[in-house]
Ligand binder design. Structure first.
Ligand SMILES: Cc1cc2nc3c(=O)[nH]c(=O)nc-3n(C[C@H](O)[C@H](O)[C@H](O)COP(=O)(O)O)c2cc1C
Length: 373
């Protein structure tokens, strides 16, 4: 038996209601393989392959409302039928002793009419566009904002009560609808949802509070990307904005806050994490009930170093989980990690290729052996 590595990554951690056996989490990864917007048994196979006893997976972004979607074959979660589709995945993960959270998503202006009900215009905080050739979104009215807040709560309730997820993660990162309210280059409103930081953060906190009325805080998490500037986001004072948001999140006893490293696509393994901009925000998070997950460019070595330095409590991995269903074991025992695709042709959509057909290390080695016989 090889010697286990990275003692901090493989030490237990209580997160909300869950007793995790290790600290490597599968980050949310959209894979666009749910035709008719319903999670299916193939998705369940993919999640089960990546589940470990006492390990947490976060689902791909799952939409909370018919206006929330922006991509083909993304699983939804706002009807009982959607939740029953997801139940296949949660059951499969639970059979392996794992945990799974649902990531609640609305893409806002990053959608297009072809993904909207009746081919109507996509919605956002204001009439802006993230892409030069795309028509600006339609600004949501106040009653529509209130209805969307309720849509998040409805989705959270279905996630926990019908789909049997262990909790929900609010997607407030990477330029999607909630960030379109937070960042002042996208939010041009002059009512109570625009202008001051407090007003721009109102949508986010109304969502948090609506969800907390139907799901306990120990099952509610959030993903934030301070200073990330992805998909057209830019704020005139990101330090003030994200300090306000993170500080206020201390009030809710959430199970965890997931922070993504700025410019995640370009992080290379190596020292930059030690000088990450996130280090400035870490001291703001003071609620002992709320654990801190860090995601973006991590490896076993970098993750262990981050935990040792007190930068976070646990680590999310994205792309490595795509190509290595057994990434947790590979990190634990120092086995070679299969490199993820740089271009990612099979990331979004397709069949089992590049999805559920990646071998574990043992399967890969047996195949090599059998090929020689
Ligand atoms: C194919 C793909 C799909 C993704 N889908 C989502 C998503 O649905 N929700 C989300 O918050 N982040 C999503 N991300 C970002 C990842 O969760 C993660 O933050 C990113 O891959 C950086 O981590 P890594 O360096 O370990 O891959 C996606 C990334 C990739 C590569």
């Amino acid at each position: 038996m090889p010697t286990p590595q990275h003692p901090l990554l493989f030490s237990p951690l209580k997160v909300g209601d869950m007793q995790l056996a290790h600290r490597i989490v599968m980050a949310p990864l959209t894979r666009s393989r749910s035709p008719n917007y319903i999670a299916n048994s193939h998705n369940a196979l993919y999640y089960a392959q990546r589940a470990t006893a006492g390990g947490l997976l976060v689902s791909e972004g799952t939409t909370v409302d018919p206006t929330a979607n922006g991509y083909p074959d993304v699983p939804a979660l706002y009807t009982v039928e959607h939740a029953e589709g997801w139940r296949l995945s949660t059951d499969a993960v639970h059979r392996k002793g794992g945990f799974i959270y649902a990531q609640l998503w609305h893409v806002g202006r990053l959608s297009q009419p072809q993904f909207q009900p009746n081919r109507q215009l996509q919605v956002s905080s204001s009439a802006t566009s993230a892409r030069r050739k795309r028509a600006p979104a339609r600004a949501l009215t106040i009653p529509e904002i209130k209805a969307l807040v309720e849509a998040y709560a409805n989705s959270a309730k279905l996630a926990v009560e019908v789909a049997k997820f262990d909790g929900v993660e609010i997607h407030a990162a990477h330029g999607y609808l909630i960030e379109q309210f937070l960042n002042d280059n996208a939010n041009l409103r002059t009512d109570e949802y625009g202008g001051s930081i407090e007003n721009r953060a109102r949508f986010l906190f109304e969502i948090v509070e609506a969800i907390l009325k139907v799901v306990p805080a120990s099952k509610v998490a959030i993903r934030i990307s301070p200073d990330c500037n992805m998909q057209g986001m830019k704020d005139s004072n990101p330090k003030a904005l994200y300090s306000y948001v993170l500080n206020k999140l201390n009030n809710y006893n959430l199970s965890y806050i997931q922070l993504t490293e700025p410019v995640w696509g370009m992080w290379l393994p190596g020292p930059p994490h030690a000088t990450s901009k996130l280090n400035e925000y870490r001291p703001i998070l003071k609620n002992p009930h709320t654990k801190v997950m860090l995601t973006g460019g991590y490896t076993g070595e970098i993750g262990e170093a981050a935990l040792k330095a007190g930068r976070g409590d646990f680590i999310g991995l994205g792309r490595d989980f795509i190509t290595n269903p057994d990434i947790v074991d590979r990190i634990k025992y120092g086995l070679p990690v299969a490199q993820y695709e740089k271009a990612g042709d099979s990331y979004y959509g397709g069949s089992k290729e590049g999805y559920s057909d990646y071998p574990t290390y043992d399967e890969q080695e047996s195949a090599k052996f059998l090929a020689k016989l």
